[in-house]
Design a protein around this ligand. Sequence first.
Ligand code: AMP
Length: 358
Amino acid sequence: MTEPLAQGRVIGILGGGQLGRMLSVAAARLGYRCHVYDPAPHIPAADVAYAVTNAAWDDQAALTAFAAAVDVVTLEFENVPTAALDLLEPLCPVRPGRKALAVSQDRLAEKTFLRDLGLQTAPFAAVDRAEDLAQALGQIGAPAILKTRRMGYDGKGQVRLESADDIASAWAAMQGAPAILEGVVPFTHEISVIAARGSDGAVAAFDPGENLHKSGILRETRVPARLGAGQRTDAILMAANILNALDYVGVLGVEIFVTPQALVVNEIAPRVHNSGHWTQNGCAVDQFEQHIRAVAGLPLGDGQRHSDVTMTNLIGDDMDKLPDLLRAPGTALHLYGKPDIRAGRKMGHVNRITPLRG
Ligand code: AMP
């Protein structure tokens, strides 16, 4: 168990988007100050953080000064370049650590890690060259999804193959990047488990949420998810298993496909997660506070849910609905302070709470 971080200490956050913003607010509630590092100039976290460094991921002087100014480093963005972490790690504790990032930055390493843990994944094969794709499709069968191994999010860097006729165009879409081919999982619905592990190894999971995506972007998370009691337990145990195997400290999101036969893990996110925003109004201790508690070496909250919740993302023109949302009963609004509204851009979210059923 790490010594708890004293009041007034500084938590460094790599990335200053909306997740960094909500982490900074949670840290302030616990008496800490956040210093955010982000290459972009106008970032949502800057409105609420104690300090901001606006510098590139390869700016060694800025990274060194950042490490000297903070007591512990965490992140809200898993694609922080490895070289930046190499520089930071000897100077300052980084939580969660390198292993979780290495696994989640590369879809092939991630799927291999999950399979080796005994968890079910979609069938997959590495595709490094055009020739590999025909062979992989022969092995996995159509339909299948070709994804870049690195830097994919919100369905970006993905192409669906309906048959061998799509091989040439799908490979061209990867633009030479190493890829992974996955079999299409015939899921009935998608869920995620948001769970935390403390520096003492204790684990606390939130109830699984059910996720609805549109155009590859999360639209809505509903809690409780449609799951039997046994499936719910299995989903939570999967997350706990992953946290322990990574010797993880902090909050992790696990995305899972539900099929009539099995729970199939899609991917993991080594950070607080959009599908965990419902916890802000559904639990006494939300995912942001839970993450800060873990990173600061404090005991975790219990993750207990006091309400049913529907979280809806406000994307682009959804902001036109604000006047109605402000009048809606049982509805909490969380905006990210982004000045310009753009199509596909996450501007905020709302949590609508209703009494626990049953
Ligand atoms: P990802 O970027 O891997 O999270 O994928 C984005 C979305 O694409 C998922 O939430 C699913 O809706 C869909 N998807 C990704 N991989 C698969 C798969 N192997 N089988 C079925 N649907 C998938």
